[in-house]
Design a protein around this ligand. Sequence first.
Ligand code: GLA
Length: 753
Amino acid sequence: MLNVTFDSALRVFHLTNGAVSYVMRLYHEGYLAHLYYGKALPEPLNVESFFYETEREGAPQPHGHEFPRLFSLDTLPQEYPGVNAGDFRLPALEAAFDNGSRCVDLRYVSHRVLKDKPALTGLPAVFAGDRDSLTLEITLKEVAGELEVRLYYTLIEGLSLILRHSEIRNTGSKPLYLNNAASLSVDFLEADFDILSLYGAHANERNVERQPLKHGIEEISSTRGATSHQHQNFVALLRHDVTEFSGELYAATLVWSGNFKAAIERSSFDNTRLTLGINDKGFNWYLEPSECFTTPEAVLVYSDTGLNGMSQTFHTLVREHLTRGQWSHALRPVLVNSWEAAYFNFNEESIVRFAKDAVNLGAELIVLDDGWFGKRDSDTCSLGDWDRIDTRKLPSGLKGLADKIHALGAKFGLWVEPEMVSPDSELFRAHPDWALGVQGHSRSQQRNQYVLDLSNPEVRDYIVRVISAVLSSAPIDYVKWDMNRNLSEVGSPAFPACRQGEIATRYTLGVYDIMERITGAFPHILFESCAGGGRRFDLGLLYYMPQVWTSDNTDALCRQRIQYGTSLIFPPQTMGAHVSACPNHQVGRVTPLITRFICAASGTFGYEMDLGRLSPEDKEEVRAQIALYKELRETLQRGAFYRLISPFEGTRNETAWMHISEDGAELITMYFKMQAEPAARLRRVRFKYLEPQARYEVVSHLHSSTPVHNIYLKEHNLKGQVFSGAQLMSAGITADRIDADAASCMWVLRRVD
Ligand code: GLA
């Protein structure tokens, strides 16, 4: 189905994989115009109907053009617009040349079709083979001859998306500055869209926000050195009628973890331009003659089946074409993490006791969080001193502790934060110039720490050496890789003045270099990335580490929203989700243990609490939860995930989603209601995406008023009832009566014929 054609008479490119079509055309002296992206179109195309040139007052014409009043770059839908040459909209590429020119005017030179998807040097990228992908490379040249751009378009078999990135080469004889280099620019000859984006804060990540696209420029971005808690590097343009289940939309994200900018411009002629790439704010790349800059890869999904359709494409992309290594498809263990259980206050004895209690209830992986190195009794010191195990707390070292945990029959995991340094650390005292900093400015602190200068290869080598030594020193099965601050005073003594605008980008490239080396050297370790929770939950890091700590907020109500928003892009097996103690440590709320379980079961499941301190009854509850999770894990982690009721719409008081096993034989539907209401209606939860003729039996029915270990005693239990797919979709299941806040229900159904 994969096909790229070039009609040399009409000068039209058509890329298709049977799911989507992408159409471009060369105009006049080689201007590369965008004609169409959307549902696949059959050949032959009638290219006359996509766009026609028309006169617009105020839109300049290029010099010497044969139809001077009709053609303008300001109205042409373009693929990779330059700047200062007659298009006043958002540029994809900006450069400053040695002769003072700031004109970028790109023209077609040549193209070729590549069977192998080209690698993006030093960058994470979607992988695909020569049988399931096809790439078009188009070379453009700046008219003054100093710069060449190669645009890459990759289609993947069966996926409703296109991948884009570009390479920018200095073809002149003098250095130049790149001031802006987008990964993606796409023009739509229409503007009837809503913008959907994900905003947030620490402990409040990825809220869904939707608003009509207004005239002017809308920006979603980060200058914090990471994707950020504040905005996801994601934006979707939705037709106004789009719902979770239907409607047409375009959604873009980056395989990138650093500063980014998504900008959407609705022009006065009601065209829409979407650009996405590294944020140009603070960015400027010094390009010597023949040097090349590669932009991160952008993913542009098309869906005509609403937001769930979009998410299925992203989820498949992540599972099959992004996460790597032996853990990518493996079932993830049930973990118990020490952070909220003990914070910095633990020793070997207490951790072994903590582990014993957890293993006794069924946990499979014990994670020792922050506090095991240097003199780390608080967050005021010791980051960087990874080679100094705190023997006050761990007298037999990491190995002694790991051996004891293994002897209990569990795996052992460890927290690290390799990208940071405490001012009060041996590392900083020895190498004060290894932290990011700018001459004449004191460094800001965040969480009492500085950021190591990962643009400097010497610093990266040190990190790889010291972390590798830790990971080799003990049998470590899992690593939580944290990153707890934003980048400020971004500068590096390792680079000359002309390259200081590169440091934020080089930092992210440095993260990738370190992660590539360390994850490559320890393929058996399950890595979970974290950045104060979800500051760096993106496709870039998922290339190295297959799961992410979704948020520091473990409250079951907040988590519904956070996981709902996160699931727009990321599948459940990438989302760390843990049951924690009540009152909750972030918001002080008390919620039923079973609601905390049902919500966390939709991710890579675990506990963030001391299970030994639970009442005997709650212990039995946890034992039953873990057993049930293990029974359902295959579907929860490997199945498809669909959202049913949004906590961001309507009353904002309910959430529902469902998991369907790969073979379609098991369904797990979860329903949550945040606040109880007087005289509440009975709520029918309507399932989706089932085969109407199939019949499904309820094999478990959980409700927050009844503990898991008592599910068989529930009066209105639907266990044993059989429903057709058609009935589950059209009539649904009526949720149990809700008489308390933070309520939840969960139904597990299995196909019976
Ligand atoms: C960050 C993480 C937490 C925990 C602490 C330890 O905040 O997000 O989960 O690991 O650091 O200091």
